[in-house]
Design a protein around this ligand. Structure first.
Ligand code: C5J
Length: 225
């Protein structure tokens, strides 16, 4: 593979011309509290198996990406321990008995430095892979992600992670507005709600790819390897 030459990835609504040296893998919020049995997500009554099915496809994709020497970035949703970056509206939304910053099964919920806030061991970042700590749903809001991507010559993103309709969709929309072409491999993104998984992917690729392209890890790896 010559990293400067585009490879054609079978995708919807039409094929995606991926330029390896200009394309980063952006893995969204694969955090222990969202994915691990006994974490905050499960404590709220969610079926974490809906998210855990994304771990193996992400692991394969990440391993291939690393072996090709391509760029990888990770994000984590969370807040400062003193919660000064937590909007009061976000803290009280949902009227849940347990809020961001309260004690959870793996430390304080969505607080940086706590065990549950960290990335699952299967996809743990290695040296040189930036980790973007984001206070919101979109990875561009109140972070230095755009600056890092610009400095590294990134123009395309393969976006994976959780959840499809929340942080993945918000990030793809933010990226699209900043001029990035985004490809989402369907088996590498997950939602606790199957209907939102389906709708979240349809929204991205509808209207001629209004926010981006949808493919899957098999088709992506077939084009790259
Ligand atoms: C993410 C959430 N990562 N659903 N967060 O999607 O609150």
């Amino acid at each position: 593979m010559n990293p400067a030459n585009p490879v054609s990835v079978d995708a919807e609504p039409y094929s995606f011309d991926l330029v390896p040296e200009a394309c980063a893998l952006l893995i969204i919020d694969m955090q222990r509290d969202f994915l691990e049995p006994g974490g905050f997500g499960e404590m709220l009554g969610n079926d974490v198996s809906q998210l855990r099915r994304t771990i193996e496809p992400n692991r394969r994709l990440l391993s291939a990406w690393r072996s090709l020497g391509l760029q990888v970035l990770h994000t984590r949703e969370g807040h400062r321990p003193d919660l000064t970056d937590l909007p009061p509206a976000k803290r009280v939304r949902g009227r849940s008995a347990t809020c961001i910053g309260d004690a959870g099964p793996m430390g304080r919920i969505l607080v940086r430095g706590e065990a549950g806030h960290d990335i699952i061991p299967e996809l743990y970042p290695t040296a040189g892979e930036p980790v973007i700590d984001k206070p919101g749903k979109g990875a561009f809001f109140a972070t230095d992600l755009h600056a890092i991507l610009q400095n590294r010559g990134v123009k395309q993103l393969v976006v994976t992670g959780v959840t499809t309709e929340v942080c993945v969709n918000t990030t793809v929309r933010e990226a699209n507005d900043r001029g990035y072409d985004c490809l989402v491999p369907a088996d590498c993104v997950g939602s606790y709600f199957p209907e939102f998984q389906e709708a979240g992917l349809k929204m991205i690729k509808a209207q001629g790819g209004i926010f981006g392209w949808v493919s899957d890890s098999d088709r992506l790896l077939a084009a790259l390897m």
